[in-house]
Design a protein around this ligand. Structure first.
Ligand code: FAD
Length: 491
């Protein structure tokens, strides 16, 4: 019999364990208590990982062995024969696996199976470039995998329909689209919950019903529901936030994608088919496909390409430690509706959609000069879809501009006016997005000008942000804003 295949908790999909090269292999899954303790973080994320591994073990029956051990090495030593693995998704796990090769516990490291583009092909594409733009990468991905292409032209004649995807939320309370697919918990989830209780680890966040797919069948159902019932409205309100509708038209597929339950090319083919069949507009399908073979793959490859040093980048010299209320997800300590709602989502579900991550949580941290490495770890720990590979480029790069612009042309932050336009939070907020000074001055509005002032040299040298500095220079109350924000403790 060939060596068994040891699958990590984020490699659970059928396209991996049922690949022809593994047909005769037994499957090894290992739950390491030491790893759970070391990573800590959101209770619901630990639940998803254990539930995913246990469901796969149950599905594979005698073919699978599920080990519960203190450490991974302990289990492999006890197993008594070398295993093969697919390359893991973090630098630390990569180093660990290669140490196990030296020790004879791992016989072979196969390529990572969870992304469409291989790491070698990315490096060939990247060549000697030092900074990268997603749009260039995305077009290359479309051509390479022949997605939404008519010959060598993009379907519909346009690569990117992003300009159609920036609508303010409607006046209604919710978007009114069909709900996403929700899982039904079973006895495996019940056991996971009891086992997590027994571990006595101090998790963050609230426990709650499982909200995401953890098996290939569940992930396929979630994908089908999204494509059939929600993709049509995906693009249009992608940048909007609605207080009473946390899912809006988002796919909620990041968890099953990051557990590798879905092959990313199957996901984009499903969206492309819906557009080609006339079930959804091209703009909606294109917007979604861009997230999957564009953004997701771009972030993955740059994690490796930028190297370990990237985590230490801090080009805006931000050193403020995360305040306790932020670190502890204490949404009740926050007055600003948008920030309180985002923190509440992280606490209660370990998930908020892209815009609260970028334009509320990330923007707040950027304005307040929070330490980018500490913030990266915060996102990794508290988000149910947070893994080492996905954090640095999203947080250090896109959200905090701490890499000096290696992957984004400008810092992402805004005043309350943008939040007021793109969300329904300001209506019920004690702060006034138009006010810069005073008890009801919006911390995002005032914080935006304080940020602009702090980085005025860098911002005025960039044609995309220079106007913010000239506007700031015309503010008659700038000194009062800066004085107020220097002492703000309540948000
Ligand atoms: P949708 O809006 O439906 O998008 C579809 C899919 O596109 C997502 O499921 C995801 O797989 C992919 N995608 C889109 N943008 C990105 C991106 N920038 N990076 C990676 N994948 C992307 N995504 C994570 O998977 N894990 C994280 O921990 C994470 N942290 C983030 C932190 C910050 C500060 C920011 C700005 C973004 C982060 N993202 C992260 C990206 C994005 O916000 C989430 O993938 C998305 O909100 C997940 O919800 P969804 O599945 O409904 O996504």
């Amino acid at each position: 019999k060939p060596e068994p295949l040891w699958l990590f908790a984020d490699q659970l999909g059928r396209h991996i364990h049922s690949a022809p090269e593994h047909a005769d292999r037994d499957i090894i899954l290992i739950e390491s208590t030491a790893a759970l303790r070391r990573r800590g973080g959101h209770r619901q994320k630990a639940h998803l990982l254990l539930s995913g591994m246990r469901h796969l073990a149950a599905e594979l029956g005698e073919r699978a062995q599920l080990w519960q051990a203190e450490g991974y090495r302990d289990a492999l030593v006890e197993l008594g024969r070398p295993v093969v693995v697919h390359e893991p998704t973090s630098r630390a796990a990569h180093d660990f696996v290669h140490a196990l090769v030296e020790e004879g516990l791992v016989a072979e490291v196969l390529p990572n199976p969870s992304f469409a583009l291989s790491r070698d092909d990315f490096e060939t594409w990247a060549g000697t470039a030092s900074s990268f733009r997603m749009e260039t990468f995305y077009r290359e991905q479309r051509r390479r995998f022949d997605i939404l292409m008519d010959g060598d032209r993009p379907a519909g004649g346009t690569w990117n329909y992003d300009h159609e995807n920036r609508e303010s939320p409607p006046k209604s309370e919710t978007l009114g689209v069909d709900p996403p697919w929700w899982p039904t918990e079973d006895e495996i989830d019940e056991q996971v919950r009891a086992d997590l209780d027994a571990l006595e680890i101090e998790w963050s966040g609230a426990d709650g019903p499982r909200l995401f797919a953890v098996t290939t069948d569940e992930a396929n159902e979630a994908l089908r529901t999204f494509i059939d019932q929600r993709l049509a409205t995906f693009g249009r309100y992608e940048d909007a936030i609605m207080g009473a509708d946390w899912t809006m038209s988002h796919s909620l597929l990041s968890v099953p994608l990051n557990l590798s339950l879905l092959d990313p090319l199957d996901v984009v083919h499903a969206a492309e088919d819906a557009a080609r069949n006339g079930d959804v507009d091209l703009a909606a399908a294109e917007g979604f496909i861009r997230q999957i073979i564009g953004w997701r793959e771009f972030i993955w490859h740059l994690y490796w390409h930028f190297g370990a040093d990237y985590m230490t980048k801090n080009s805006l010299d931000a050193h403020v430690p995360l305040p306790d209320w932020f670190r502890d997800l204490d949404a009740d300590a926050v007055t600003a509706r948008c920030l309180s709602d985002a923190l509440e989502g992280v606490r209660d579900r370990g998930w908020v959609h892209h815009i609260p991550r970028l334009m509320i949580l990330g923007s707040h941290a950027l304005q307040r000069n929070y330490d980018p490495a500490e913030l990266t770890e915060w996102f990794r720990a508290h988000f149910v879809d947070g893994y080492e590979w996905v954090m640095p480029v999203n947080v250090i790069g896109m959200s905090q501009h701490a890499d000096g612009g290696l992957m984004a042309t400008k810092p992402y932050t805004s005043g309350g006016a943008y939040i007021n336009k793109m969300s329904d939070h300001c209506r019920s907020c004690e702060y006034n997005p138009k006010k810069r000074v005073g008890d009801d001055a919006c911390p995002f509005t005032a914080g935006y000008w304080a940020f602009t002032h702090r980085h005025r040299e860098m911002l005025s040298a960039n044609h995309r942000t220079a106007r913010a500095v000239s506007t700031m220079n015309r503010l008659s109350d700038l000194d009062a804003v800066l004085e107020q924000e220097a002492h703000r403790e309540v948000f």
